[in-house]
Design a protein around this ligand. Sequence first.
Ligand code: MF3
Ligand code: CO
Ligand code: CO
Length: 258
Amino acid sequence: MAITIKSSSEVEKMRIAGRLAASVLDMITPHVAVGVTTEHLDQICHKFIVDELDAIPAPLNYHGFPKSICTSINNVVCHGIPSEKKLKKGDIINIDITVIKNGYHGDTSKMFIVGKANVKATRICKIAQECMYLGIDLVKPGTHLGEIGQVIGAHAHSQHCSVVRDYCGHGIGQGFHEEPQVLHYDNGKTKQSPILEPGMTFTIEPMINLGNYQVVTSRLDGWTVTTKDRSLSAQWEHTILVTETGHEILTLRAEESI
Ligand code: MF3
Ligand code: CO
Ligand code: CO
């Protein structure tokens, strides 16, 4: 399957799906607090997506994933499964929301610092967000897809952090994970990578580690991805549309001043 170019009516559906996904992060924000379980956050999001948004939580049953959102705490890189574990002061948590509305996907995530933030937590969350925005800034017709990974890798390394290589951003539309793969590091093949065109939609979702880039997947649940060296990891994600003149962030929230 090649990279799909969305028609203007498809773009309109992507805008709606993106806006709804963003609204879930806004809705859940006041609930992220010390003592709350990630299972509770999952239940609130599930109910909101189904009952209020009349949409589908894409993760639920996706390749057997058991919950409606992903909640990834501290050394968990991605695909954390909501559970009865309570949030503690100083935890960092990524909440990743994907909704399907009218057949189209919107995918977005952000970091929360629980209770009082510490220096390391603040730092990794900030660097990962900067990485995402630096990648987004490059999105316009004519850019090579690989340039996104180059700028993200350069920024992470300048801060002595590492970029997860085993997971990447992705095209998105009627499919949750479409072509192309959006690498967040430089694989040395930028010139051979696709050139961005208006109507492409994809995510940028760098996972940045304080320590080494290597990750392991839980042998117990088959999903939870952690840093091999147990260092903190942070991730932010937006769904982006390539426009004639640049880009549109389809999952932008009001709190983001760009
Ligand atoms: N939302 C994730 C992404 O950004 C994918 C989660 S897949 C799941 O691509 F099965 F873990 F939900
Ligand atoms: Co994604
Ligand atoms: Co996601």
